[in-house]
Design a protein around this ligand. Structure first.
Ligand code: ATP
Ligand code: MN
Length: 464
């Protein structure tokens, strides 16, 4: 019995030597006239396959090996040798090929023919076996690991904020309701809902952000971050919105907007650099097959400082440029995706940090600036995706916060604990939210956000 190794390890020529065992799925089989077959095997550990040379002398050669097709699972034992052929460092000379599971070539969907990403979404249970979705899954893993490593190294503690919440962070609705009320029974009786009889004895929802709770821990622990699933019931069928996505939200006490901007830039650069350094084979694939030039683009982003623009400067640029936008723009209106993309793709051709938005278009918790009409907000925009980070310095002054809440029509008693943070030992503090999927989209160049999360949830779609 050989030592079981993953293909990622087997493909390094240092692991050449006797009796190795590889466990994976057949990608292709090619029979040679010389009395052996080549099997391309992938076990998901890396982009590349391992070539197995299976000689005709194997006892199940005619019976099984020559019937292997894409998707079959096998365990192959053999000697790992340096490959004489170009394109791979090693190949496995099989002494045994055990077939674990067959895959009927008549019905197995992932045949040699190329499928569109739309088609592959219907086969979300099989698409991670393709080159593209395997590569996306590994890069997504790397981005997630880098997030934890970066914040941990910067002294941020990982804090778990609730998934079920009774407060709406953005004050904007569009939340999924969580209830144990028997809706069918209620409808049949034509009854009115009384949340006193619901599980939490009041309306409850899936969280749209962990920020408010993260602020609680930031004003005790100094620096914290949350990283978890986030839910938005917005009915926007775009290539950048999901109903369920993962958000990273660092929050730091004694941070102002400039600190926050620096943190976001260092953070993104670290994530991009880690992907280039640790996922080079996957990144080469994205560079060649998904978005030409992606690798050199990311390298440049890692090396150059991000461009900073205020909202007011951005409006002037947008008003005086010769683009025809679908939505008109003037001071006080929110930027649409087309404006964000113009700024980051055409005006800068790189990441932009946009700051100091009008208070009228931003939520109540953002800190009012001395001019009285803008807030200490910052969005990070990147080419191809638009906004990937939204953040701000938070309002730490009790009376100013109370005023803003009143203007926004929020009931202070619902947020009594949030207000308390300004009553007892208040400090300047700031934070931001990064959508994990938007980051993976940017790193990989994948056009649709549905293709960078294993099981996308969008309006009308919760299969798998
Ligand atoms: P957008 O304007 O793009 O809809 P937003 O301003 O509503 O985003 P924020 O509330 O600022 O988003 O959330 C912080 C980050 O979370 C965003 O910068 C983005 O990266 C990500 N994000 C927000 N909504 C979604 C969504 N529906 N699907 C995936 N990621 C999202
Ligand atoms: Mn935002």
């Amino acid at each position: 019995m050989g030592k079981w190794i993953r293909i990622a390890e087997a493909r390094l020529s240092q692991s050449v030597g006797p009796e190795k065992e590889i466990r994976g799925w057949i990608r292709t089989r090619r029979d040679s006239k010389g009395g052996f077959s080549f099997l391309e095997i992938n076990d998901g550990s890396c982009f590349g396959n391992l070539q197995v040379v299976a000689p005709a002398e194997l006892e199940n050669y005619a019976e099984e090996i020559q019937k292997l097709s894409a998707g079959c699972s096998v365990v192959v034992t053999g000697e790992l040798l340096e490959s004489p052929a170009k394109g791979q460092a090693t190949e496995l000379h099989a002494s045994e090929v055990r077939v674990i599971g067959w895959a009927d070539p008549e019905t197995y969907p992932l045949q040699k023919k190329r499928h569109t990403f739309e088609k592959l979404r219907e086969w979300a249970h099989l698409r991670p076996r393709t080159n593209t979705f395997g590569a996306v899954a590994r890069v997504r893993h790397q981005v997630s690991q880098s997030i934890h490593q970066f914040f941990s190294e910067q002294g941020f503690y990982y804090c778990h904020t609730p998934v079920i919440t009774a407060s709406d962070c953005e004050g904007a609705g569009e939340m999924f309701r969580v209830t144990t009320i028997d809706l069918d029974g209620l409808a049949a009786r034509g009854g009115k809902v009384d949340y006193k009889f619901d599980f939490f004895e009041k309306p409850a929802f899936l969280t749209v952000s962990g920020q408010l709770e993260a602020e609680i821990y930031a004003t005790s622990m100094g620096r914290v971050y949350t990283f978890g699933p986030t839910f938005r019931a917005e009915n926007s069928n775009t290539s950048r919105h999901l109903a369920e996505f993962w958000m990273v939200e660092p929050e730091a006490a004694f941070f102002d907007l400039a600190d926050n901007m620096r943190l976001s830039e260092d953070f993104l650069k670290r994530v991009f650099k880690d992907c280039l350094d640790h996922c080079s084979e996957d990144m080469d694939f994205f560079d060649q097959r998904i978005e030409k030039g992606k690798v050199s683009q990311l390298q440049a982003v890692v090396e150059k400082p991000f461009t900073h623009l205020t909202y007011t400067e951005a409006i002037k640029i947008l008003e005086s440029c010769n683009e025809s936008f679908e939505y008109s723009i003037s001071w006080g209106t929110d930027l649409q995706a087309e404006h964000e993309r113009y700024l980051t793709e055409k005006y800068v051709d790189g990441p932009v940090i946009l700051t100091d938005y009008p208070s009228s278009i931003k939520p109540f918790y953002m800190r009012i600036s001395d001019d009285g009409r803008t807030v200490a907000a910052m969005d990070v925009l990147v080419p191809g995706v638009g906004e990937i980070i939204g953040g701000s310095q938070r309002e730490e002054r009790l009376d100013v916060l109370q005023n803003r809440m009143q203007q926004a029509g929020l009931d202070e008693s619902e947020y009594w604990w949030y207000v308390d943070l300004r009553r007892y030992g208040t400090v300047p503090h700031a934070g931001f939210g990064l959508g994990l999927e938007r980051a993976v989209q940017y790193v990989t160049g994948m056009a649709n956000i549905r293709d960078v999360i294993p099981f996308p949830r969008t309006p009308g779609n919760a299969e798998f």
